[in-house]
Ligand binder design. Sequence first.
Ligand code: ATP
Ligand code: MG
Length: 580
Amino acid sequence: MRLSRYYIPTIKEDPADAEVVSHKLLVRAGMIRKLTSGIYNYLPLGLRSINKVARIVREEMDRAGAMEMSMPMVQPADLWVESGRWDYYGKELLRLKDRNGREYCLGPTHEEVITDLVRGDIKSYKQLPVNLYQIQNKFRDEIRPRFGLMRGREFIMKDAYSFDKDEEGAEKSYWEMFEAYKAAFSRIGLRFKPVQADSGAIGGDFSHEFMVLAETGEDTIASCKSCEFGANLEKAKVSAPVGEDMTNADCPAMEDVATPGSHTVEEVCRFLDIPADKLVKTLLFVVDGKPVAALVRGDRELNDIKLRNIMGGNEVELADEATVKEITGAPVGFAGPFGLPEDVPVYADHELCVATDWVAGANKGDTHVRHLSLGRDCTIEKFADLRVIEPTDFCPECGSEIEFTKGIEVGHVFKLGDKYSEKMEATFLDENGKTKNLVMGCYGIGISRIVASAIEQNHDDNGCCFPPPIAPFEVALISLGGKDQDVADKAEELYTDITRLGIEVAYDDRKERPGVKFAEADLIGYPMQLVLGGKGLKNGIVEAKNRKTGEKIELPLDGFAEAFAAWRKDVWNSWGLELN
Ligand code: ATP
Ligand code: MG
């Protein structure tokens, strides 16, 4: 490709609305252009990268036995009503009507459509298992579309759906996808980590998110410094505390203490001059419409997903002011774990077992209690792991130190079970002629988000450093010929030679100043740069720069092909990638 004929509208200034580096660089490098909030044009260079990501993902999906198909983006509302998600999905679902007033949505995901398709065609266990996927535009009316390709409203996703005859088969399908994801992300050249994620009502360890490790990630991951353990914060288990069970240990009689105007843990602790770990925080939630109280130590944070899972619920939200008042008889900030209505179960974090003599709310305005014993004064439904893990906690699997890192979710594998097949009556006949629900799994990859996360992970002050497998072009060939026809001729020759090797070259044959050409090559981030000038030609060499390491070497013009091939190998190796 000749840059003199190519559409690369680079710009000097960062776009005003760009907060993260990938957004800035994608726009400046002429790879994407915003049409409107969260909706982008993919320009030729940007699309090349996206297509390369898609190709690698496609190859790994096919290798794992999944089959590509394509589903419509416009989906009828009836299917979503059937699955129960028409009301549940909320405002992210963009709803529309046709000329006859029939309702539709733009697909944010395709469980309904695929389940509808398969239930029409699959009748017998003999047709199972099946795994179908597509690579296609999704639409989600995100509350805060931002960060360019990272969180768009229209974006490209690979979504796959597996159908099996039983749990065992579904688990096998799950791990096949898990391995395919590992293979794809490795081939792309990303530093990533699969982490345990919440699997909601399905339970078990059958939800993993694949995180690209980058400072700018929106997600926080807890990972072990010595073993493979990694989990997102809402999932990460906290080990049971060490120490004697003090629930029923001796404790002076409970008494009220006035705490006027002290609502927060901080205010109460300051007022009573106690550390936060002497206080029990009582939080009221509503899980699937039922009120529940949850207790954690004053210096900890409750994990509402853990609470929801213990209760086997679907939806959890903090109780509003009126509900708190109704249950405790006190304004917000003074709830305590004793004397609550019988139909409000109290769940306590397991850490609260190893101490007693607590301070807590008194269920009275402007009042707390001292000397609370959870064993003596309260009815605790269950002690369980309820809090958010902290960096000072230890690995729940091996007990070593953990660390928190930031990540960008680029993929998600999830066992669905019969959540959709049950509601939508997607059944088959098993070996004994019995009707059974199909057992499903779903697997997503953010294709366009991967391009952004590759840049988040690999860039410097001058621009992007694309991993070779997904760079828009692997090589930039910069001709500094100017009016020197010999240089121009030799550059043409090199361009033809490299192209013949089957390698994509962005050939900068423009009549631009050298500085402009160098800056642009760095900005776009071609992993390999070749520079041919008058002096080099005279000395029989072309200069070669590895964009990632900055390392420069000279390749001989005589015997160029072999020297180039060897250098290319080195460049791939500097990414930890093998050239095959
Ligand atoms: P997130 O938590 O980031 O909103 P999600 O859990 O909603 O993502 P999934 O439904 O699991 O995402 O979708 C599969 C993949 O699609 C995600 O792992 C992510 O890589 C990608 N993705 C999701 N939402 C967006 C978006 N708004 N823009 C770009 N990619 C997205
Ligand atoms: Mg997800």
